[in-house]
Design a protein around this ligand. Structure first.
Ligand code: HAM
Length: 421
């Protein structure tokens, strides 16, 4: 026998840990609601061209990591490696710019990248993301949007219970700023690049910004001496970034500036950020995001500056677990029919309890009392409720607290309230 297994880099998320996932998603939806974000659901696969044009041909994600396949009619399709390009496509396709104001969307779902699997890095992973976009006249370009998004993220991470995260902030400037910076980097790299690692030698040619990502220890002293992006920001970009920082200071969201944080996707302009957590090891970014003022135009859309982020949900959950977050699925009552013919009465009682919001599991009249107790204890139930003939006739039930061992008799009408306490 050769049983079929899940594909490398994918995984089953099983109970009880699914309850942590549910907790995180419910908390995120609550936060999105109070910040007036609405859910958007875009397809899992798109035309390959969307990501090539939106995310950028030279990025690792597009050039190395996409799951691309030919449809039966010859169209090239790709499993989405991220969702920002898809959300922008939907915005353009449905003329959402015609609806007044900035649009605020969120999404929760799987993304696909063919990376080398390791802790916190999978080939199918989940993102909880959000995007704010709209015409500049609606305020989409304002640094207030950036600050609001970052402040919301701080709230969201607090709400899900993540402690000790840190926010790293940078500005990668406008497209013009970056062009000038790239030129300066190329110049500065010329005399030293032969001393650097093979990856850097390649990056210096194709995409010099990526050199700043290099982790090779020997290269670090060279990288430290390279020009800094902040020196190449024009007046507008610098002022925009200053405003973002001032607003964060005003609301008390702590951050540190990391000029070497150049994000891996080509659409970013101006503000970029990552939130990191110490419990994650090498893949320390819980989430990443930034502004993308030219993305719409690169997809032939109207001017629609925007900013957004995506939380790596797998990583957020790892981080929560690293600080001892336990999955908890508490059964409040195990309803145990006792004796032949008691299944009906037990089902009826379980139905009443469940309708009153009590989490209940149900045994079987064929189980002896001892077995019912064993099953109830193994299930982690807080109480066992015995449904025998005497109980049904008296319309009151023997209830035992499985932790304390205390047993009482409770009238049917009071049972749900009793179990809730
Ligand atoms: P990203 O930095 O590529 O940005 O991904 C965001 C987050 O997704 C990462 O910080 C990480 O937590 C998680 N992630 C990425 N790849 C993997 C993987 N292979 N396994 C597990 N988790 C992973 C984006 O995707 C942008 N669309 C974010 C954005 C939205 N920017 C603007 N709007």
């Amino acid at each position: 026998m050769n049983p079929v297994k899940a594909i490398k880099g994918t995984r089953d998320i099983l109970p009880p840990s699914t309850s942590v996932w549910n907790h995180v998603e419910a908390a995120a939806r609550d936060v999105f609601r109070v910040y007036n974000y609405q859910e958007i659901r875009t397809p899992i696969f798109e035309e390959t061209a969307l990501f090539v044009r939106g995310v950028g041909e030279d990025t690792d994600v597009v050039s190395k990591e996409m799951y691309t396949f030919e449809d039966r009619d010859g169209t090239s399709l790709t499993l989405r490696p991220e969702a920002t390009a898809s959300v922008m496509r939907a915005y353009i396709e449905h003329r959402l710019d015609q609806i007044p104001g900035v649009k605020k969307y969120y999404y929760i779902g799987p993304m696909f990248r063919r990376e080398r699997p390791q802790k916190g890095r999978y080939r199918q992973f989940f993102q909880i993301g959000a995007e704010v976009m709209g015409p500049p006249t609606a305020g989409s370009e304002s640094p207030a949007r950036d600050a609001e998004v970052l402040e919301m993220l701080a709230t969201l991470l607090d709400e899900v219970g993540l402690r000790d995260w840190s926010l790293q902030l940078n500005s990668v400037g406008s497209a013009d700023d970056r062009a000038r910076y790239n030129k300066a980097l190329r110049e500065a790299l010329k005399p030293v690049v032969h001393l650097m690692c093979p990856d850097c030698q390649r990056r210096a040619e194709t995409n010099p910004l990526r050199v700043l990502d290099c982790k090779v220890p020997e290269d670090q002293p060279i990288i430290e001496k390279l020009p800094k992006i902040s020196e190449y920001l024009d007046e507008g970009s610098r002022e925009h970034f200053d405003q973002v920082k001032k607003m964060l200071d005003a609301v008390g969201v702590a951050y540190s500036i990391n000029e070497r944080m150049v994000r891996g996707l080509d659409y970013y302009t101006r503000t970029t950020f990552e939130f990191t957590h110490g419990g994650l090891g090498a893949q320390s970014a819980v989430l990443g995001g930034g502004r993308y003022d030219g993305l719409s135009e690169s997809l032939d859309g109207p001017k629609a500056p925007g900013i957004g982020f995506a939380i790596g949900e797998d990583r957020l959950i790892l981080a929560l677990q690293s600080q001892g977050e336990e999955a908890s699925a508490r059964i409040q009552a195990f309803v145990a029919p006792l004796g032949a013919g008691m299944n009906q009465a037990a089902l009826k009682l379980a139905r009443e309890l469940r309708r009153a919001g009590i989490t209940a599991d149900l045994g079987d009249e064929n189980f002896r009392l001892k077995k019912s107790f064993e099953l109830a204890e193994k299930s982690g139930a807080q109480h066992i409720v015995i449904v025998g003939e005497n109980e049904v006739n008296a319309d009151q039930f023997a209830v035992k607290n499985l932790a304390s061992g205390e047993q009482v008799t409770v009238p049917r009408a009071e049972l749900a309230d009793f179990l809730r306490k």
